[in-house]
Design a protein around this ligand. Structure first.
Ligand SMILES: NC(=O)c1ccc[n+]([C@@H]2O[C@H](COP(=O)([O-])OP(=O)(O)OC[C@H]3O[C@@H](n4cnc5c(N)ncnc54)[C@H](OP(=O)(O)O)[C@@H]3O)[C@@H](O)[C@H]2O)c1
Length: 249
């Protein structure tokens, strides 16, 4: 490790879901730490805006489609010569009571959160392996380990993300590929905006947070940089909660 274990100069990163919310915050933090960053998602508009804002690159990609994922990873390698860091922030939550929960919604949520995360890890892992080094950061959730009402498919998919993280960490450790995850608590983003519109929900949730408030997307960046940087090279298969202490009790 060099003098500054948090320096990402010369590193190349791909951030899925990087056009909005936590992916956008993470992309900005990686860029600030020196990395070359490409943000990926389905809508060009937000991606283009973030790329311009942070001084990065963008590419459209549907994480549920193996060919699209492969093309995005190859494009990053083609443009920037390598891929050192993958952040999987693409995600979807379709809420609803489980007794009436539509099977089609179950499939959609799992296609993005579980299959999508795996396909991105796989495509990135294939180009990281020959270089003997890589950092993968999956965005899991408090729902990866605790129960919450009306999000059964999401919780199941995020439990899957937890186990994808641990399985690949063990399988790919011999290749120098570190696989970790972050479990965000209550962050205000497009995903959670409908909840934040309800003052009773905000009050209820805030009362559960020992630090006494919800979070902003940029507050995830420090943990993202840590897991992307040489400072965490001896950390793999770990899930770090960034939740203001919600699950500490
Ligand atoms: N906000 C929170 O409090 C919170 C808490 C725990 C975990 N998380 C997790 O954090 C991650 C980011 O969520 P967020 O809160 O930042 O919400 P968000 O702003 O809605 O971000 C989700 C991103 O995923 C992208 N996406 C969705 N489906 C995709 C697909 N098929 N292919 C490629 N990209 C796709 C979206 O872009 P396009 O629509 O343009 O594709 C969007 O940029 C998610 O995994 C979420 O589960 C969030």
């Amino acid at each position: 490790m060099g003098k500054n274990g948090f320096d990402l100069s010369g590193r190349v990163a791909l951030v899925t879901g990087g056009g909005t919310g936590l992916g956008r915050g993470g992309a900005a933090a990686l860029r600030k730490a020196g990395a070359t960053v490409t943000v990926a998602g389905r809508r060009p508009g937000p991606l283009e805006a973030v790329a311009a804002e942070i001084g990065g690159d963008w590419i459209t990609c549907d994480v549920t489609d193996a060919r699209s994922v492969e093309a995005a990873v190859q494009a990053v390698v083609g443009r920037h010569g390598r891929l050192d860091i993958l952040v999987n922030s693409a995600g979807l939550n379709l809420r609803g009571p489980s007794l009436e929960y539509p099977a089609a919604d179950w499939d959609r949520v799992h296609a993005v959160n579980t299959k999508g995360t795996f396909l991105c890890c796989q495509a990135a892992g294939r180009v990281m392996r020959p270089r003997g080094y890589g950092k993968i950061i999956n965005i899991a959730s408090l729902a990866s380990e605790a129960g919450f009402p009306n999000i059964v498919a999401y919780a199941s998919s995020k439990g899957g993300v937890r186990q994808i993280t641990k399985s690949l960490a063990v399988e790919w450790a011999p290749y120098g590929i570190r696989v970790n995850a972050i479990e965000p608590g209550f962050f205000r983003t497009e995903l959670t905006e409908p909840l934040f519109q309800d003052p009773a929900w905000v009050q209820r949730v805030t009362a559960r947070v020992p630090l006494g408030r919800t979070a902003l997307p940029e507050e995830l960046g420090g943990t993202g940089v840590y897991l992307a940087a040489p400072a965490s090279d001896y950390v793999t298969g770990e899930l770090i909660r960034v939740d203001g202490g919600v699950l500490a009790g």
